[in-house]
Design a protein around this ligand. Structure first.
Ligand code: C2E
Ligand code: CA
Ligand code: CA
Ligand code: CA
Length: 275
């Protein structure tokens, strides 16, 4: 009846309201966060398995909220993408990461995540070119990590943007490889310099034969294409040995280091991992 409907509506209303309110508050806080300098980049090493040395650091965004403390990117990046704020934040990440990396040894690269939203309006090429020029970093030391969603929508325009980025001299890695619908076909659309094997496969290496079959296929693919393969989320010696035996070229994960503030990079660089 009409009455039931109304009572159901009343029952859900406060909850919905609270969620919308929380979202609205987070949106306002985010719009303020860049100017208030609440963002920071943390850096996690990528280790080359042949040399045992750090070959790159991935820049990972951190938000220090004045009252809520550290907020996870998984929580705020989707909202930033929805409201378009990721364009400004992404530009800041590019500038900040390049400015920092220029002080590292020249054989150490910096990996920077790009959102598919940054590809809209072809603004990303200008943003990358600006970060390169203002920091003075050598373009070949910069690796941009994109997910296949970049090639899912506006694929013609985005492939063109990727080519323009390559023309700047930077490297392009495909992130979260194997988790999407048709990752393989994207390898044909664009010549990636690296594939990053998603941590969901690494996590289940020991328990699931499917995961180890996928890891074997992906490292084999990297070898056939003569490109690097980085396994993400490596937490145990067992996983490391497995990945090494499959010929994975680089590893990244808590086994080596968590993402750390820029000030800790020098200390990590002194270490040689698992020779
Ligand atoms: P991602 O690019 O796949 O980054 C890897 C995530 O795995 C990071 O989470 C990292 O801290 C975490 N991780 C690294 N090693 C391990 C491990 O051994 N075990 C486990 N369980 N996790 C590990 P984080 O920093 O929370 O970032 C989450 C996601 O947020 C990233 O996933 C990326 O998609 C996005 N993100 C982070 N920073 C940026 C950014 O500057 N721009 C954009 N567009 N996205 C970003
Ligand atoms: Ca990444
Ligand atoms: Ca991932
Ligand atoms: Ca991701």
């Amino acid at each position: 009846s009409k009455n039931d409907g109304r009572s159901v509506f009343r029952f859900f209303e406060p909850d919905m309201d609270a969620r919308l309110q929380a979202r609205r508050t987070m949106e306002l806080d985010l719009r303020h966060a860049l100017k208030a300098e609440e963002f920071e980049l943390h850096y996690q090493p990528l280790v080359d398995l042949e040399s045992g040395k750090v070959c790159a650091f991935e820049a990972l965004l951190r938000w220090h909220h004045p009252t809520r403390g550290l907020v996870s990117p998984a929580e705020f990046i989707p909202l930033c993408e929805e409201i378009g704020l990721i364009i400004d934040i992404g530009a800041w990440v590019l500038e900040e990461a390049c400015r920092e990396a220029v002080h590292w040894p020249e054989e150490v690269k910096v990996a920077i995540n790009l959102s598919p939203v940054q590809f809209r309006n072809n603004r990303v090429v200008g943003a990358v070119a600006h970060a390169l020029a203002s920091s003075g970093i050598a373009p070949e030391r910069v690796e941009l990590e994109i997910t296949e969603s970049v090639l899912l929508q506006d694929s013609e325009t985005n492939v063109e943007a990727l080519r323009d980025l390559k023309d700047l001299g930077i490297q392009i890695a495909m992130d979260d490889f194997g988790t999407g619908y048709s990752s393989l076909s994207y390898l044909q659309k664009f010549p990636f310099d690296k594939i990053k094997i998603d941590q969901s496969f690494v996590r289940t290496l020991a328990e699931r034969p499917e995961a180890s079959a996928i890891v074997r296929a992906l490292t084999g693919l990297g070898r056939s294409l003569s490109i690097a393969t980085t396994a993400e989320g490596v937490e145990t010696e067992e996983q490391l040995e497995h990945l090494r035996s499959e010929g994975c070229t680089q590893v990244q994960g808590y086994l080596f280091s968590r993402p750390l503030p820029a000030g800790d990079v020098a200390e990590i660089l002194k270490r040689v991992f698992h020779r």
